[in-house]
Design a protein around this ligand. Sequence first.
Ligand SMILES: Cc1ncc(C[n+]2csc(CCOP(=O)(O)OP(=O)(O)O)c2C)c(N)n1
Ligand code: SF4
Ligand SMILES: [Mg+2]
Length: 261
Amino acid sequence: MNIIPTDQPPAEPARLVRDFTPGLIDVGTHHLCAGCGEPVAMRAAVEAIEELGVVHRTIGVMGIGCYTAFSNNLDVEVLQALHGRAPSLATGVKRAKPETFVFTVQGDGDMVNEGLQEVIHAAARGEKVTCLMLNNGVFGETGGHMTATTVIGQRTKNTLEGRDAEAHGHPILLANIIAGLDGAAYVARGAVNSAHNVALTKQMITAAFEAQLAGRGFSFVEILTMCPTGWFIETAEAPEYLGDNLAAVHRLGVLKDVSRG
Ligand SMILES: Cc1ncc(C[n+]2csc(CCOP(=O)(O)OP(=O)(O)O)c2C)c(N)n1
Ligand code: SF4
Ligand SMILES: [Mg+2]
C-alpha cells in the first residue's frame, strides 16, 4: 500500500479543488449525487457567462429538477419558474428588460414532459433568450422515472424491462424539433460524458449565448447528462452508458446556426 507521509508539508504544494471553482459559483459545494452530469453542465454555462462579460446583466430562470439546487450556488440573479414554464418567464424578463442576458435551465422531465408547449412557442416566436435542457432521460429528482426523452430499451423506475415503443411510445428528440422552427437561430446537442464532449458543449453554449447577444433569435442547447442514480447503474459506468444509449438516439452536434447558414 502506498502510504502518503503527513508528518511534514508536501514538497509540491497541493492544488485545492476549490481553486478550480468558477467565479460564478459562490458556494463551492452541492448535494447532487457523485457522478451526476448536471454540475458539469452548469459549470460550462457559468464559465461561458463569465467569459462573455455579461455577469452583471444576467438573469437565470430555473426549472424544477435536481439542477434547481444550483439556484443557491450561482452568483447571478435567479428566478424560479413553475414546472415547464421557464421559457415563458424568460420571455417576460427579456421583453420587459431587453438589455438583460437571459438563460433558462430545465431538465427533460421539466421541459419535454411538463411544459413542452412553452419552449416550442418561445422558439417559434424567436424570443431572444437561451434555453438549456439537461437531458438525462429520467425524472431524476423524483426517483428515476421514464420521461418523453427516455430511449427505447432504457431501464427506468417504471420501465423495469426497458422502454418499449409499443407500450410507452417513442422518445421525443427535442433539439431536432426546435431546429425546424424558423424563430430558432442556434440549436445544438452536446454531452458531458468525456472531457472532449464537455469542451464541445461549452463551445455550443457560448455560441448559443452569442446568438442571443447578437439579437439573432432563440437559441437552444440540449446537454446529455449522466444520472447513475436514476439509471440504476454503477457511477463509473454512467459516461459509457450515456454514449452507448442516450447519444446513440439523441445525436450530438450543431443542428442549426443561422449565422453560418
Ligand atoms: C407540478 C409538479 N409535478 C411534479 C413535481 C415533482 N417533480 C419535482 S422535480 C421532478 C422531476 C424533474 O425532472 P427533470 O426536469 O428531468 O430533472 P432531473 O431531476 O432529471 O434533473 C418532478 C416530477 C413537481 N414539483 N411539480
Ligand atoms: S438523481 Fe440523477 S440527476 Fe439527480 S443528482 Fe442524482 S445523478 Fe444527478
Ligand atoms: Mg431529467
